[in-house]
Ligand binder design. Structure first.
Ligand code: C5P
Length: 231
């Protein structure tokens, strides 16, 4: 069996059984599965064991924590015992909050989410985040890394600039990834898996191109083997 591809399959499932089934189908082919807020808030910590199954696949817990440092420290400690490989926090929570998460979950990679790709330039203006967006992403990226984050989440369109900003040691995670010809759904600025990796991404978040396929295992295997041919 070849090494699993650097893909985190977004398990955006309506229920736990579906999430666990998808996880079982894709885990021979990908390194990671991603559990988001909806699933975690509905089913709680048990969801982690259910999707991990017997495979030992890495779990990316995408809770995007954002609160005062003391509260985030407590939340990070609470989920650290589930041993997620990756836990997200919002970079905009600031350096002390990021450091609190890093210190409270020493076996988990803390990934800072820079600017949500759902925000337009005018939203950023209204929030008071000085743009343009790609500059804000670079600024938040270097702040988060100085605070101790060892991973960042950014769009594939910003990944090359972020890589140049933070150097080779930081794990860059990119959603908005679509295989050539795939339906883009609600993702506005997409890149192919090959392009995102070439631009410096380390882990590709891919959801519906895999999970909405009639055969999620085969879809994951196809993307993984296409990546192996080009990298
Ligand atoms: O189905 P799709 O491949 O679009 O799923 C992408 C996943 O990445 C979803 O779980 C979505 O919430 C997440 N995500 C994103 N864009 C961001 C941050 C997270 O699409 N900027």
């Amino acid at each position: 069996m070849s090494t699993p591809a650097p893909i985190a399959v977004a398990l955006d499932a309506p229920d736990l059984e579906t999430a666990a089934r998808w996880a079982g189908l894709v885990t021979p082919h990908v390194s990671t599965v991603k559990v988001g807020l909806e699933l975690y808030l509905r089913y709680g910590p048990d969801v982690i064991a259910s999707v991990r199954g017997a495979s030992g696949v890495q779990v990316f817990l995408d809770l995007k924590l954002h609160d005062i440092p003391n509260t985030v420290a407590g939340a990070a400690r609470a989920v650290a015992r589930l041993r997620p490989a990756i836990l997200t926090v919002h970079a905009a929570g600031g350096p002390a909050m990021i450091k609190a998460a890093v210190d409270s979950a020493p076996h988990t990679k803390i990934a800072a989410v820079t600017v949500l790709t759902s925000l337009s330039e005018s939203d950023l203006d209204r929030i008071g985040l000085i743009g343009p967006a790609d500059e804000a992403v670079r600024r938040l990226s270097s702040m988060a890394v100085e605070a101790g984050a060892t991973a960042l989440v950014c769009s594939p369109h910003e990944v090359a600039a972020v890589r140049a900003e933070v150097g080779p040691a930081i794990t860059l995670i990119t959603p908005g990834v679509r295989p050539p010809g795939a339906d883009t759904q609600d993702q506005a600025r997409v890149a192919t898996p090959e392009r995102a990796l070439a631009d410096g991404a380390d882990l590709l978040v891919i959801g519906r191109p895999i999970t909405a396929s009639p055969d999620p295992g085969a879809a994951a295997a196809a993307i993984a083997s296409a990546l192996r041919r080009t990298t």
